[in-house]
Design a protein around this ligand. Structure first.
Ligand code: FDP
Length: 346
């Protein structure tokens, strides 16, 4: 008897239904999201076999940030590019693993969208079997004409994003995406190879439960960040409950937990890293977009991350991201206490 059972929504069906609500839609974005979901399935297949295959471990190549690339990074990077280089939907791509733009071969017609991705975020966690992820950001092209996309197409503020998504490879694989109409999460059923709707219309619960920050770097933190974290710990008030502390060191895993359970993710500027560590276009913008669509907020301490106009491809940005009230509190602390510290970093 099937009556009364909830409807089973595959990611394809869900994306299509969302598209049908926009009468003018051409289906190009829908198709691009399918391609991304398929790339995610291929990467998930390899990440779950990472411990048994010879894929485990680092290659000798370093990426543009001087980090040793893991083999899975190389695989994920390649799969995403190959999945999107010939479809006529994308005019240019940028990957966190490459110095320069990834151009579409002149054998194929450049498309209307711009795809920016971090193929495997948190890759230092691969060898210890902790969760890792892939992040995608999609813009419309703004360069004139139908030729190859340009740097201008990639360097757009987050307010211009058409869609953003991430995939988390954890105890299960999930894809979470937004096209500006809420945030929806799908869990991969490996037995049928389909992403099924498991978390419709995600909203960040309030009050937030957790904060995520690398306490190992506390000695480099600014006075504002220290005071803020002490406030999160409720050290100033015996009657207030502290937030719990959780930090995996894999942004997607930390972000995902805070999205579902409420909290704030903090990767600030500090005495060693004046602009923080995380990349604006590949990491901060798409996650800020998803946070905002789930009712949250992301700031660099002074302004909404989505409003920042990037000026180069691998730009870094300090990040405070999660429940709006917790992030606004961070802004208050750093604006009150960090002017001298920041002036000293310049
Ligand atoms: P990773 O270097 O392992 O790829 O942006 C990269 C990132 O991981 C994030 O996923 C993570 O949140 C952060 O760096 C961890 O950095 P720290 O080890 O400095 O805390």
């Amino acid at each position: 008897m099937l009556m009364g059972k909830p409807t089973l929504h595959t990611i394809e069906r869900y994306i299509l239904e969302q598209q049908e609500q926009h009468p003018g839609a051409t289906g190009r974005l829908t198709a691009l999201l399918y391609d991304i979901a398929l790339a995610a399935k291929l990467i998930a297949r390899e990440t779950t076999r990472a411990g048994i295959g010879n894929i485990l471990g680092a290659t000798s190549a370093e990426n543009v940030h001087g980090e040793v690339q893991q083999k899975l990074d190389v695989y994920a990077d390649h799969v995403i590019f190959r999945m999107n280089d010939h479809t006529g939907r994308v005019c240019v791509m940028a990957s966190e693993e490459h110095d320069d733009l990834l151009h579409i071969s002149d054998r194929y017609t450049p498309g209307y969208y711009v795809l920016v991705y971090d193929p495997l975020d948190g890759s230092s966690n691969i060898d210890v079997n902790a969760s890792i992820g892939t992040i995608f950001a999609i813009h419309r092209r703004i360069s004139p004409g139908n030729g190859p996309g340009t740097l201008e197409d990639v360097l757009q503020p987050g307010t211009k994003l058409v869609a953003a998504a991430y995939v988390i490879y954890g105890s299960s694989t999930m894809m979470v995406y937004s096209t500006g109409n809420g945030v929806h999460g799908f869990t991969l059923d490996p037995s049928i190879g389909e992403f099924l709707l498991s978390h419709p219309d995600i909203r960040i619960p309030s009050p937030g439960q957790y904060y995520s920050a690398n306490h190992g770097y506390e000695k480099y933190w600014s006075p504002g960040v220290r005071r803020y974290v002490e406030w999160l710990q409720a050290l100033d008030d015996d009657d207030r409950q502290p937030l719990g502390h959780r930090y995996i060191g894999s942004m997607i895993a930390d972000f995902h937990r805070n999205l579902l359970q409420g909290g704030v993710f903090v990767y600030p500027y500090d005495a060693r890293k004046p602009t923080g560590k995380l990349r604006l276009t590949y990491e901060a913008q798409p996650l800020a977009f998803i946070a905002a669509q789930a009712g949250g907020y992301a700031s660099d301490g002074h302004r909404d991350i989505l409003t920042i106009q990037p000026d180069h491809l691998h730009q870094r940005v300090p990040v405070f991201m999660g429940n709006r009230d917790l992030v606004e509190r961070a802004e208050e602390f750093v604006q009150q206490y960090d002017a001298d510290f920041l002036a000293g970093l310049r």
